[in-house]
Design a protein around this ligand. Structure first.
Ligand SMILES: Nc1nc2c(ncn2[C@@H]2O[C@H](COP(=O)(O)OP(=O)(O)OP(=O)(O)O)[C@@H](O)[C@H]2O)c(=O)[nH]1
Ligand SMILES: [Mg+2]
Length: 298
């Protein structure tokens, strides 16, 4: 299976993706062997409020990449949120045009009410695609919560999609998501208020030392407008970051290690330990020592 994945075999890739999705036993072993073959793909996170046009943008970016024959992976993180109801179905229909194209591999990641492992699962999936020869990976998430920020953090480049008419809501956009933005896209620029939103954004980022030179691109994803500009902004940011790989890989790997460690301790164990401490039958310090010893024993 390893050989076939590395050779870019679509069926082996699909089987491995299912292993990872299901966290099947064997997934870790496979990922262990794939890891040395990763680090070549540009992972881009596309995030933003529900209905901002993220899937439409992903679809358009996919066309650009495929016009250049870049092997492409797409991961749609399904937030199972009340907002996106049938959206995933719509995405599937939209993405069908890519299905006949063996250069595109599409997967969705369900949170299944277990948001904790979402970033990890998504990163594992991206690493699989990377090892299989995909050179660009687009990850779509709805930017509404902490988990989505975590997912955004795993990307090399994070694109935050906003829409006009949000007005004062710019202030209300989750601060976390604003902090991880490498590129702002004002989509639905055909609607009134795009210029005003851009002004507000510029005012907002001008006071942030980290974000001051963040590119802002206007797009009409529905009509394929501004997509080339978006792609070149993504590539510029990536080129800038590439000179310092530690800047993207270190936070990503830190998060990954933390999640893997936490996974060693089932929630039920933590709950039980907390109760024991609450009952004063033990203390937090002893509990942590015991847990560490338990992990060591495997
Ligand atoms: N007017 C206008 N509508 C657009 C544009 N881009 C996308 N839309 C429409 O906006 C709606 C939502 O688009 P999606 O791409 O599904 O948005 P999304 O952000 O992926 O949505 P969720 O995944 O549900 O959060 C669809 O009806 C699109 O046709 C645009 O540039 N202008
Ligand atoms: Mg979508």
């Amino acid at each position: 299976m390893l050989e076939r994945i590395l050779a870019g075999d679509e069926r082996a890739l699909a089987r491995a993706a299912t292993l990872i999705e299901n966290r099947a036993s064997g997934a870790s072993d496979l990922l262990r062997q794939l890891f040395p073959h990763t680090g070549h793909a540009l992972i881009t996170g596309i995030t933003g409020p529900p209905g901002a046009g993220k899937s439409t943008l992903v679809d358009q970016l996919a066309r650009c990449y495929r016009a250049e024959k870049v092997p492409l992976g797409i991961i749609a993180v399904d937030p199972s949120s009340p907002f996106s109801g049938g959206a995933l179905l719509g995405d599937r229909i939209r993405m069908q045009q890519h299905h006949d194209d063996s250069g595109v591999f599409i997967r969705s990641m369900a949170t299944r009410g277990n948001a904790g492992g979402l970033a990890r699962g998504t990163l594992d999936m991206a690493l699989l695609m990377d090892a299989a020869g995909k050179r660009a990976i687009l990850v779509e998430t709805v930017g509404v919560g902490q988990d989505e920020v975590e997912v955004a953090r795993l990307a090399d480049v994070t694109v935050v999609v906003l829409v006009p008419g949000m007005g004062d809501d710019v202030q209300a956009i989750k601060a976390g998501i604003m902090e991880v933005a490498d590129v702002f896209v004002i989509n639905k620029a055909d609607l009134p208020g795009a210029a005003r939103l851009e002004q507000e954004l510029r005012a907002m980022i001008s006071i942030s030392p980290r974000a001051a030179d963040t590119p802002i691109v206007q797009t009409v994803a529905g009509e394929g407008k501004g997509i080339a500009e978006c792609l070149s902004a993504m590539r510029e940011v990536h080129a800038r970051k590439k000179s310092d790989p530690a800047a993207t890989w270190l936070p990503r790997l830190r998060g990954m290690l933390r999640e893997r460690l936490l996974e060693q301790l089932p929630e039920a164990e933590l709950e039980k330990a907390a109760r024991e401490v609450a009952n004063r039958t033990t203390d937090p310090y002893t509990v942590v020592d015991l847990m560490l010893a338990q992990i060591k024993r495997g």
